[in-house]
Design a protein around this ligand. Structure first.
Ligand code: NM2
Ligand code: OGA
Ligand code: ZN
Length: 368
């Protein structure tokens, strides 16, 4: 994008673009982000100075279009920086504050879910990126053909990041056990939930790898929690406000462990956009909200819970040996139907979203 014009006052620079847009930048923002070896380390591009080392009364003394972009001279320190047009366009912040809601899905996702092949994802950067992008966009992606071998789930996490070890181990075994420390380790059906809301921070991603599924039942259910929260906000804005304003306690304990955390059922960011969902009926601790709030909070939570359990939102999927789902544990809820008869064995692990996004960005850099 080319710069077609520029003006400035001492405090504000206005850049006009080829497409007719105009974006303003504060003098202090430009000085703070000054480019070049005087301001940033040439090897790693990290900033070499602190805000306190800049003069208090930064002004734009001069701005002119040059071959490389825009050259700006600051007063009173005489600093000079050349900004590439692309840099200013990428970081422009002079725009409407409202960000639109994320695209969300319901039951129909089952019909269009991509079956990413494990071998391709392992060997081919663009296939790997496509898989990771699905996790970011839909909050869930399916890998097929992952050898049904113990420990593979950790190798899959290592294709983009690092395993997040917890009290359940580096990986956890989901199968019916004689002494189950968690309801997940029984054959009982599990309501849709997000894992580990009692942990701080809550794990951002969960991977579940199917090794055996010869049982009757044991089908998986996934629900887009963002879709349900968007619906709640449209239908009952007061209920939405209660669930995003108040944090609720969650707890998990056994002989070796006692974890507790307070977190909102619906987290919003500073623009009001839905940022995270936590919901786990098994580990919700006794609510301790003010007496005056308790009644209406329960009403709001039940309303949200009904939306989360609505059949229209459920993507049902039967995991077969070799299938592996990776999902955003702060967006997509998961559950399963009860099972009996034959064996059922999944292995799971947790990981963080930041490394996944980092890997996707690095992969796009390579293909660009
Ligand atoms: N497991 C499967 O968050 C939860 O307590 C759900 C987690 C035991 C690691 C189950
Ligand atoms: C879990 C869980 C789902 C399943 O392990 O946290 O929810 O399909 N398991 O067994
Ligand atoms: Zn779970």
């Amino acid at each position: 994008m080319t710069i077609t014009g520029v003006d400035h006052t001492p405090e504000v620079l206005t850049v006009r673009w080829q497409d007719g847009a105009a974006t303003r930048f504060h003098a202090i923002w430009l000085r703070d982000n000054a480019q070049g070896a005087a301001f940033r380390h040439p090897g790693n591009d990290q900033r070499l100075f602190d805000l306190t080392e800049m003069p208090d009364d930064i002004e734009i003394a001069d701005a002119r279009i040059v071959a490389e972009g825009l050259e700006i001279r600051f007063a009173p320190d005489g600093a000079v920086s050349v900004f590439a047009a692309g840099y200013l366009r990428e970081h422009a912040y002079d725009r409407a504050a409202a960000t639109p809601d994320q695209p969300v899905w319901g039951a129909e996702l089952g019909g269009r879910l991509t079956r990413h092949a494990y071998d391709a994802v392992r060997q081919n950067p663009s296939a790997r990126k496509a898989w990771l992008d699905d996790v970011t966009t839909d909050g869930i992606a399916l890998l097929t053909g992952v050898p049904a071998v113990e420990g593979k789930v950790c190798e899959v996490a290592e294709l983009f990041g690092f395993v997040r070890e917890t009290n359940y181990g580096r990986l956890f075994e989901v199968r019916s056990e004689a002494q189950p420390i968690n309801l997940a380790y029984t054959p009982v059906g599990l309501n849709v939930h997000t894992d580990n809301p009692y942990r701080s921070p809550v794990p951002g991603l969960q991977l579940l790898h199917c090794l055996t599924n010869a049982a009757e039942g044991g089908d998986s259910v996934f629900v887009d929690g963002f879709r349900c929260a968007q619906k709640l906000r449209a239908e009952a804005p007061d209920a939405f406000a209660l669930l995003s304003r108040h944090r609720a306690p969650f707890r998990y304990r056994n002989a070796e462990t006692d974890l507790s955390n307070r977190t909102a059922y619906i987290e919003t960011d500073e623009t009001g956009r839905i940022a995270a969902i936590r919901y786990n009926n098994r580990s919700a601790a006794p609510l301790d909200l003010p007496f005056e709030v308790m009644g209406e909070f329960y009403a709001a939570l039940r309303r949200f819970s009904r939306l989360l359990h609505d059949r229209d939102g459920e993507m049902r999927l039967r995991l077969e040996p070799g299938d592996l789902v990776t999902f955003d544990n702060e967006r997509v809820l998961h559950g399963r139907t009860g099972f009996s008869g034959g064996a059922r064995h999944l292995q799971g692990c947790y990981a963080d979203k930041d490394s996944l996004r980092s890997m996707a960005t690095v992969l796009s850099r390579k293909s660009a």
